[in-house]
Design a protein around this ligand. Structure first.
Ligand SMILES: NC(=O)c1ccc[n+]([C@@H]2O[C@H](COP(=O)([O-])OP(=O)(O)OC[C@H]3O[C@@H](n4cnc5c(N)ncnc54)[C@H](OP(=O)(O)O)[C@@H]3O)[C@@H](O)[C@H]2O)c1
Length: 286
């Protein structure tokens, strides 16, 4: 497995996104654990989760608990796995997503996440989404305090625009290690953030890198160029999408979601797929 770095720490070039194992349409626990184990078998050492990946109001942290269980029950060494979680987004249980970026809320949420993950300090904690009711600097200021106090080892942000990336980097005193924004063949609006992360040397984690849970199945039909390049290489179009994202910048670390072992096994192989410069240009223009 090819590696990339987040804040100087080596991680697999392809991570695992945990969300499909805990929200609408999720599989049973056994299939989820098998999916996490398949990721580890494939050499994945970055797992993305969030306290908000759950369905019902009384199961906050469902996905964090699954990830912790998957790591605990894996027969091999998992000490090099970076679990990246997030706080500041909530699911009240009616299907909606709400926000709470208040410093006092984030400081309590992080403690609950650490407990569920079974760690003293969280490897990478990401502020999930700006809260329009709280000044961005206040929310990121809480993340800085968590770093200073050793509650988290590394700090990231998500769903941020270029101004917020620069503001966070300033507030964190240059310690911002990652930005997680939506990016896929279908949704390319985060190109300015990707460019800025490349310039600043900050990891860029495309979320929904395959177009999202409900769109991933139509990848080949919606994006013919990716299917054509896949046929040329004899691989799945999913691998071509992920290899294309990796080729866009050395700071990119895609986190494809999976709820089946076969999905993440196939996606992880994208780290070994080499596209030519012509293919990358053709896919970027598609
Ligand atoms: N920061 C944010 O606001 C935010 C928002 C959304 C998502 N995220 C993160 O980003 C991660 C990825 O996004 P996502 O899960 O929404 O969407 P995605 O990665 O674009 O698509 C996930 C879906 O693609 C399918 N899939 C993945 N690899 C495949 C393969 N090689 N072959 C066939 N099917 C494949 C999976 O199917 P199966 O389920 O059948 O395995 C899964 O349901 C999430 O899990 C989450 O960690 C973050």
């Amino acid at each position: 497995m090819q590696h990339r770095t987040i804040g100087g720490r080596a991680v697999s070039a392809i991570g695992l996104g945990g969300m499909p194992m805990s929200i609408e349409g999720r599989p049973d626990r056994d299939r989820s654990i098998a999916t996490i184990h398949a990721a580890l078998d494939a050499g994945v050492t970055l797992i993305d989760t969030a306290d908000a990946y759950h369905l019902h109001a009384d199961e906050v942290g469902h996905n964090e608990e699954l990830i912790a269980e998957g790591l605990r029950t894996y027969g091999g060494d998992t000490s090099d796995v970076l679990v990246a979680t997030k706080g500041g987004h909530l699911r009240p249980g009616d299907g909606s997503w709400t926000k709470d970026g208040r410093p006092e809320y984030l400081k309590e949420a992080v403690k609950a996440s650490a407990k569920r993950l079974g760690v003293e300090a969280i490897g990478l904690y990401q502020f999930h989404r700006p809260d329009p009711n709280v000044p961005y600097g206040d929310s990121v200021g809480a993340i800085r305090d968590l770093l200073d106090d050793g509650v988290i080892e590394m700090a990231g942000i998500s769903n941020a625009d270029p101004g917020q990336i620069r503001q966070a980097q300033d507030i964190l005193g240059g310690r911002l290690v990652s930005v997680q924004n939506q990016f896929s063949p279908r949704f390319r609006s985060s190109e300015p953030e990707l460019d800025l992360c490349t310039e600043l040397g900050i990891a860029f984690l495309p979320w929904s890198p395959l177009g999202g849970i409900s769109n991933a199945g139509e990848l080949a039909t919606r994006h013919a160029a990716f299917a054509e390049v896949a046929a040329d290489h004899g691989v799945s179009p999913y691998q071509v999408v992920l290899a294309w994202e990796l080729a866009l910048s050395h700071v990119v670390v895609p986190i494809p979601g999976a709820s089946r072992p076969a999905s993440i096994t196939d996606s992880a192989a994208a780290a070994e797929l080499e596209l030519t410069a012509d293919e990358v240009a053709r896919l970027s223009a598609a």
